[in-house]
Structures are given as structure tokens and as C-alpha cells.
Design a protein around this ligand. Structure first.
Ligand SMILES: [Zn+2]
Length: 422
């Protein structure tokens, strides 16, 4: 089935578009507000009822079933981006969800019968870029955070998520829909596995684990000239020791551990001043529970050692620990069968990155579908997925969602359903 409305994805990409072909669309910015308006208009035009909950999650409910309390099949992703990020990350999955909802609605009008309703969703602050932690909106939806906790999150300018959403008119008063019978998400791989295999569809069967630390080093502000080296308590030197050691930890387990310091705030950040404070975000990711525990313990020790070497104080908290978990086999099997029914080869793989689907994992049957990222480029303006791969991904999701909506949302029963091609 051809993509009926490729313009929706392009319309998202125009919101916060950068000259180099990417998007700069921080959560609850004016650009995010514009993308949300585009989404709401598209959902309304496709026949959905729209709702926005207290943390700005946007839902579009497509009433497909006859029963008023029919189970729900949900699909979505996020419209926020990293600073100068790519236009595919997140927005592609939201566009896919609207495409699927609109197509199912058309099928219903043409006489198809469904036993589940469909819901498209845009989760607030998936990226964790403007507000931390990441996966915030989906985390509230599954009860991992309260709405008040999420709304109190601060950006680097001290603006709360509550005020930022209010500024774009998106702190809604609607109740979020109940947990779905099954959740699906289409996302770009952000790696090279699919491209190297020459396969358009990735069926995610497991997520990598992660340990994320927030670290603050406190030294003493001094003149970079006269202050004797032996008396300096340089908070940036401590951060530097840690940054180098974080890389060394990953290099002990090639291919099994990824590490980075992605965020560093230096105070007072002045050319002639020895920094008195640094705040940084360190993350360790792995595909092996034992290795993750060992590497995280090494990172914890390295945080303290770096402070000692620079003679500064340190405070560190583990902000987020993500366990390695399998995705439900029934949903993976359904996605694989849906791809096969369309003649599209698929491949099973891990996700190294976190996604909203990982937020919902354990709360309802959850599936994550990848399409290739050219060169594995991600969180970068050059991010690209070929149109034919996008089309395949959309079609596979529509096939899987149609089967689910005929099977009251049950992935086990959906496996036995006839597909759209039948
Ligand atoms: Zn994403």
C-alpha cells in the first residue's frame, strides 16, 4: 500500500527546520508547538478524537470497533528532537501512527470490521534533551513518574516543563487513554545493522541496559594565572579525568559496552578562571547484565578517583537504571509475519537506544520496528532513511496494526488473522 500522505512527515520536518536539513525542536519549544499543531490538525482530518493529557502527551483516538469499551491498539513515538537533530528520529513514528490510523479508518468506512480501537500518540520529552530524564511523557503514562514530578522538571534556563507547555498551550486537561492491549512503535535504527544486511525491516527483540549518572564536582574558583598549580582545585580537571576514564571502561569490552559523557556544564566558564563547578551526565550501556554491573561499578569508582586526583568534592547520583529486557515474543512474531506477508525481509536485532516502547515494556505487549538509518547517522542533521524503506516500514506497521485491531489487540490472536493482502 502506498503512503497516502507523505506530506505529514514533511510538515513535521518544517517545524524547527535547520539550514543543514535537520530539525531543532526542543520539547515544548515554539517549534514543538508548531509540530503539535500540525499533528492535531492531521488527526482531526483523519477522523480521530484528540486528547492532550497533563504532561502534554497527545493522543488521537480512532474509533474502529462497535463496542464502546473496546480494547486499544496504540502506536506512536515523539516529536521533540535533540539540538540540531535529525528529522526522522521520532517524527517518522508519529507520522506512521497517523498514517495507520487514517488507513484503518478508511478500511472501516469501506466495510472492514474491527474489535479494537486504534490510538496514535506523541509522547512528550522523549529525548531528555531540554528536560531530564528522557522518556518523560511515556514514563508518566505508565506511572513511573507522577505528572507533578514531570511538570517540575527544569531546563537549563530554570524554566519548568509546566511553564514551557503552558507557553505553547499544551498542558492539557484530558485523561490519557487506558493502557493498550498492544503498543507498536516505528523508529529509525540509528545504527548500521539493517543497512549492512540490506534489510528494510528490523524486529527489535531486546533492549540494552543502561546506567546513567549525574555528577557534580565542586572545586574552588581561582585566577588561572597566579594561582600555584599545587593549590588549584579545578572542577573541570576532575570532569576531564572522568571523561577519559569512561572511554577506557568501554574499551575493556569492545562491542559490549558503550559509554559517553554527553553533557557538561562548567561554572563560571570564563577564560581566566579555574572552574569551581562542573556538572555532567555520564552513561554506560551494555548488552550483558554482568558486564553492565561491572562497568557501572568501575564508573562509580572512577567518579570518586577523578575527584581525588583534582582535589575537589564530588556528589553523584544514579539518575536512571535501565535493565536489559526481552520484547514479548508474540509481538515480534507478529511484526515478522506482517513483513513476510508483504514480501519484505526482516531481521531481529537489539535496540541500544531507549525508546518510548521501552517505557511501555512490561506494562503491555510492546513491539518496536526499525527501518534503516543511512550510515547509522543519528542525533545529527544528516540523519536519513530512504523513502522506499519508510514506505516498507509504514506498510508493515499497517499490516500488523490491522491484524491487531481485528483480534481485539491480542498479538497471539493477531498472528492467525488474515492480512490486508488477503
Ligand atoms: Zn527517538
Amino acid at each position: 500500500m502506498a503512503i497516502s500522505d507523505p506530506s505529514l512527515f514533511d510538515a513535521f520536518a518544517a517545524c524547527g527546520a535547520t539550514a543543514a536539513g535537520g530539525v531543532h525542536r526542543p520539547c515544548a519549544s515554539a517549534a514543538d508547538g508548531a509540530a503539535r499543531d500540525v499533528l492535531e490538525a492531521a488527526l482531526n482530518a483523519a477522523g480521530a478524537q484528540t486528547r492532550t493529557d497533563a504532561v502534554g502527551n497527545q493522543f488521537g483516538l480512532f474509533r474502529l470497533a462497535e463496542a464502546p469499551d473496546a480494547p486499544l491498539v496504540m502506536m506512536g513515538s515523539h516529536l521533540d528532537s535533540q539540538p540540531n537533530g535529525g528529522r526522522f528520529d521520532g517524527a517518522l513514528g508519529v507520522a506512521a501512527a497517523v498514517h495507520v490510523g487514517a488507513a484503518l479508518m478508511r478500511l472501516k468506512r469501506e466495510g472492514a470490521r474491527f474489535s479494537a480501537d486504534f490510538c496514535a500518540v506523541n509522547w512528550t520529552n522523549e529525548e531528555g534533551a531540554r528536560f531530564r530524564p528522557s522518556l518523560l511523557g511515556s514514563g508518566v503514562y505508565v506511572g513511573r513518574h507522577t505528572a507533578d514530578e514531570a511538570l517540575a522538571a527544569l531546563d537549563d534556563d530554570g524554566v519548568t516543563l509546566r511553564d514551557a507547555l503552558s507557553a505553547i498551550g499544551r498542558n492539557g486537561g484530558d485523561q490519557a487513554p487506558p493502557l493498550p492491549a498492544c503498543y507498536l512503535e516505528l523508529h529509525v535504527e540509528q545504527g548500521v545493522t539493517l543497512e549492512q544486511a540490506g534489510v528494510a525491516v528490523g524486529v527489535v527483540t531486546r533492549n540494552w541496559g543502561a546506567t546513567k549518572f549525574d555528577v557534580t564536582y565542586k572545586g574552588e574558583q581561582a585566577h588561572t594565572g597566579p594561582c600555584p598549580m599545587g593549590l588549584r582545585r579545578d572542577a573541570l580537571l576532575a570532569a576531564s579525568h572522568l571523561i577519559v576514564e569512561a572511554r577506557a571502561i568501554a574499551d575493556r569490552w569492545p562491542g559490549k559496552v558503550h559509554s559517553s559523557v554527553g553533557r557538561l556544564v562548567v561554572a563560571p566558564n570564563s577564560a581566566n578562571v579555574v572552574p569551581c563547578e562542573t556538572r555532567l551526565s555520564l552513561e554506560i550501556r551494555s548488552n550483558d547484565d554482568g558486564v553492565l554491573a561491572e562497568a557501572s561499578a568501575l564508573a562509580d569508582a572512577a567518579i570518586a578517583t577523578a575527584a581525588e586526583r583534582a582535589a575537589v568534592e564530588v556528589a553523584s547520583v544514579v539518575r536512571n537504571e535501565r535493565a536489559i529486557r526481552p520484547m514479548p515474543a508474540a509481538v515480534s512474531d507478529l511484526v515478522e509475519a506482517s513483513a513476510a506477508a508483504l514480501g519484505a525481509p526482516s531481521l531481529r536485532l537489539d535496540t541500544v537506544a531507549g525508546h518510548d516502547a521501552i517505557s511501555l515494556l512490561g506494562h503491555c505487549p510492546t513491539g518496536l520496528v526499525f527501518v534503516p538509518s543511512a550510515g547509522g547517522i543519528a542525533h545529527n542533521e544528516a540523519e536519513f532513511t530512504a523513502p522506499k524503506d519508510v514506505e516498507t516500514g509504514f506498510s508493515v506497521c499497517l499490516e500488523a496494526a490491522a491484524r491487531l485491531c481485528r483480534a481485539a489487540g491480542s498479538p497471539e490472536r493477531a498472528l492467525d488473522q488474515q492480512g490486508l493482502a488477503a
